[in-house]
Design a protein around this ligand. Structure first.
Ligand code: AMP
Length: 388
């Protein structure tokens, strides 16, 4: 696994007066009035930007935003440049295109996905990006699973290329979790579909001591065990994943499923609720959360863990009455003395909603990239920055 040899800012050498291309992940959400509604990703990149400024580098910041079809002003980085200006208390100049990159210490390129070659990892675009700078720093771990011109191709067109501080922290934290976790290692996996996360489930069934499975992804496990699950979430890929896991005895022993579920007669906040225990759900009902016994059971396992990895809500937590299970998990993860790594996305959103985002060891910004790393895949963006 190409983690150990990740090149970092320590390997960058002298960049005083040099132009450094910094790939960041400023793919942020917006309010209806067009202002940045959550600037977490911007704030997380500041440490790297400031470290480079302190070394006297001139920065050319590159990010993608959304999935624009061509040069669509709706996906302009202009409000992001303005937001960064405010955070740094300095002017950030937005370069409208690669043909018009002004001189200056703090320049941001317009949305790199306005360039047709970006997502195709086009060599000509990568070379143009490389020609704009003396060195390349990638701090966009969340895009490291994609071989795009600004995340992979460009590395072949600059003399020096290294990971930024956030990127380094993501790779090191996830690497330690996989290779040398404080034991017992407990994985808490939730989310809607088992089929989507089978690679992650399988990896943790190999390396973790206990895998707690909740949320929509657990329902196919009941279905293949012959239990009635009513209208609960369940699809063919999930059933296939559940069969695959349950066939292996060794992994079956590490797997812990809910013992009770909160069920609803409607997917809405004013639904009638019941607890199903033992699990046996009538046709008109559906599971929407883990039950009280499971909450207590999972929380106890988390409390006694050495390391906890959590990805995915254990219920439809966006709807208030269905959030108790996910809240209990979030609280247990916040309170345990274990090393805690939360895999971003919905679980990160849940932590933030409960105000517990600062109570974990590491809240990953990685999303899909983190999950692919856990599955054991080689991430193109990581591989490109590995080795001397
Ligand atoms: P994923 O994208 O697979 O991580 O799934 C995240 C989504 O799963 C969140 O929006 C949760 O609300 C949802 N989820 C988890 N459990 C359930 C459930 N029982 N019913 C409906 N949605 C669920």
């Amino acid at each position: 696994m190409p983690r150990a040899g990740l090149r970092t800012l320590d390997d960058l050498g002298d960049v005083a007066g040099r132009r450094v291309l910094v790939r960041v992940d400023f793919n942020v959400p917006f309010d209806a009035d067009g202002t940045v509604s959550d600037d977490t990703r911007i704030r997380l990149a500041i440490a790297t930007l400031e470290a480079l400024r302190e070394r006297g580098a001139r920065l050319l910041i590159v990010s993608h935003l959304g999935r624009p079809e061509g040069r669509d002003p709706q996906w302009s980085l202009r409000p992001v440049a303005a937001h960064l200006s405010a955070l740094l208390d300095e002017d950030v100049v937005l370069a409208a295109s690669l043909d018009e990159v002004p001189e200056g210490d703090l320049v941001m390129l317009e949305n790199i996905r306005f360039e047709a070659g970006e997502t195709k990892n086009d060599g000509a675009l990568a070379a143009r990006l490389g020609a704009l700078a003396d060195a390349y720093v990638n701090d966009a771990f969340g895009s490291a699973h994609r071989a795009h011109a600004s995340t992979e191709g460009v590395v072949h067109h600059v003399q020096r290329s290294v990971a930024g501080l956030l990127f380094e922290r993501e790779v090191q934290t996830l690497g330690r979790l996989l290779d040398e976790p404080e034991r017992p290692l407990v994985a808490v996996l939730g989310g809607a579909k088992a089929g989507d996360k089978i690679g992650v489930i399988n990896r943790f069934l190999e390396i973790a001591d206990i895998v707690l499975l909740g949320g929509g992804m657990s329902y196919p496990f009941f279905a293949v065990s012959g239990k009635r699950i009513g209208r609960s979430l369940c699809d063919e890929a999930g059933l296939q994943a559940a069969r695959e896991v349950l066939e292996r005895e060794a992994t079956r022993e590490r797997l812990r499923l809910p013992v009770d579920l909160v069920i609803a007669d409607d997917f809405s906040a004013d639904a009638n609720l019941r607890v199903s225990h033992p699990i046996d759900i009538d046709d008109e009902w559906e599971a929407i959360d883990i039950g009280p016994l499971t909450r207590a059971d999972f929380a106890a396992v988390i409390r006694d863990a050495g390391t906890v990895f959590w990805n995915g809500p254990v219920g439809a937590f966006e709807i208030e009455p269905f959030a108790e299970g996910t809240h209990a998990i979030a609280r247990a993860v916040a309170e345990t003395s274990a090393v805690t790594v939360v895999g971003g996305g919905d679980s990160g959103a849940a932590l933030t909603r409960f105000g517990l985002q600062d109570e974990v060891t590491h809240l990953s910004t990685g999303g899909g990239a983190a999950l692919e790393l856990i599955e054991g895949q080689v991430l193109p963006g990581v591989a490109a920055l590995t080795g001397r």
